[in-house]
Design a protein around this ligand. Structure first.
Ligand code: GLA
Length: 393
């Protein structure tokens, strides 16, 4: 229970009792994530390097004798109910958030699990819509909860895969595996180097003193993220098809080396060429970053983060004025090893590696400069890498 504060847990228990008149029998938590490097690579079979953050979703529940799932979100003050006998998408706007719990129940039942009804209260502190994977955390937390309520267990990699399937097929966003994977399998004080093709992963220790992970939120609503995301996926497919003419054995952009790309890139139309260039160079940067971090070379890791941002801005074109403003404000400060946009883009957050002595200045000056450039308020979150999802009661 290390990440969720004792206060939050106590409050949730109290609120559960008030709402349902009994004590909860189960409680689970699942964290959000920040990706350190390896952006838009996961749906190209590539490498990613995320960490779970000290923000999570908590769900308290008790089992019901029937097949009803009754949910109450404390943050939104909204309830939703559905039956496991016939899971459908929410039909009214106020229940739309419950499409994630519905999706997870649907995916588990599809896999053959026999689930039991629950009544539950949810509370989270991951800012929604900020690109910190509150949806993945909700899916993973619901998965753990529904399994525990039915006295079933599932390997966490399998759980992450089911959560991804739920989001793709039930919710309808064609996401990669990164967010669900790190929410389920994150490790305290480590980032996970994940090969999204094989799902082989390695926990790499992050420095626990002297350097901080700082997340800065643009607080810009991310309007068209889903359609732009799907468009980038299609452009990667197009690049793959073009490259296959010269490299017939490739299955994904992950299989193309930088040398091969340099040899053939002139034969690609401009847009797929730029998208492929980002993915291929980003995979290379992830490998170099993991190596740099293992050797304690934070300066090199930071400069790879900066290069990642430039590539996402110029080649992948998923940054925006607000993200660039935050990154440039960070780059301008001494003691900032590296800074880049994180997550899908078009808004959301940046992640920076900041030396301890520069932290105070960062927290003051980055938001100030951001406000001067964009007129918006940024919010800052300093985090250590957190543990992945777990049952805590
Ligand atoms: C979103 C998706 C992930 C990944 C990132 C971009 O967070 O859910 O699978 O593709 O965007 O790296």
């Amino acid at each position: 229970m290390q990440q969720a504060s004792a206060n939050r847990v106590e409050r949730l228990v109290q609120q559960f009792k008030e709402l349902y008149g009994v004590a909860p029998e189960l409680m689970v938590r699942a964290p959000g994530r920040v990706n350190l490097i390896g952006e838009h690579t996961d749906y190209n079979d590539g490498y990613v390097f995320p960490a779970a953050i000290e923000r999570d979703i908590l769900i308290a529940a008790s089992v019901r004798p029937d097949k009803q799932v009754r949910l109450f979100s404390l943050d939104m003050g909204l309830s939703a109910t559905f039956t496991l006998d016939a899971i459908e998408k929410a039909s009214i706007e106020e229940e739309r958030w419950s499409n994630y719990p519905r999706a997870m129940a649907w995916a588990l039942q599809n896999k053959g699990f026999s689930l039991r009804g629950v009544q539950a209260v949810l509370q989270g502190d991951i800012p929604p819509g900020a690109g910190l994977s509150s949806s993945a955390a909700l899916l993973v937390a619901c998965g753990l909860l529904l399994l525990a309520a039915a006295h079933q267990t599932l390997d966490l990699v399998e759980l992450a895969l089911l959560a991804q399937q739920a989001e793709r097929e039930f919710v309808g966003v064609n996401v990669g595996i990164m967010d669900q994977f790190i929410s389920a399998l994150g490790q305290k004080d480590h980032a996970l180097f994940i090969d999204t093709r094989t799902l082989h992963y390695e926990a790499v220790p992050l420095p626990t003193s002297g350097v901080f992970l700082v997340i800065a939120n643009t607080n810009k609503p991310r309007g068209l993220v889903d359609s732009a995301y799907n468009q980038r996926r299609a452009e990667c497919e197009e690049a793959l098809d073009c490259l296959r003419r010269f490299l017939p054995s490739i299955r994904a952009l992950r299989d193309v080396t930088l040398e091969e790309f340099t040899r053939w890139e002139a034969r690609l139309p401009e847009v797929p060429r730029k998208r492929a260039r980002h993915v291929i160079t980003e995979n290379e940067r992830v490998l170099q970053s993991v190596d740099a971090l293992k050797r304690g070379d934070i300066a090199l890791f930071g400069s790879l983060m900066n290069a990642s941002h430039r590539s996402l801005r110029d080649d992948y074109e998923v940054s925006c004025t607000e993200l660039d403003a935050l990154v440039e404000a960070a780059w301008a400060l001494p003691g900032v090893y590296g800074s880049r946009m994180t997550g899908a883009g078009f808004g959301g957050c940046t992640v920076s590696l900041v030396a301890e002595e520069a932290l105070e200045r960062f927290c003051k000056e980055v938001p100030e400069r951001y406000q001067e450039t964009t007129g918006r308020e940024a919010s800052i979150l300093i985090t250590r890498a957190a543990q992945g999802a777990e049952r805590i009661l």
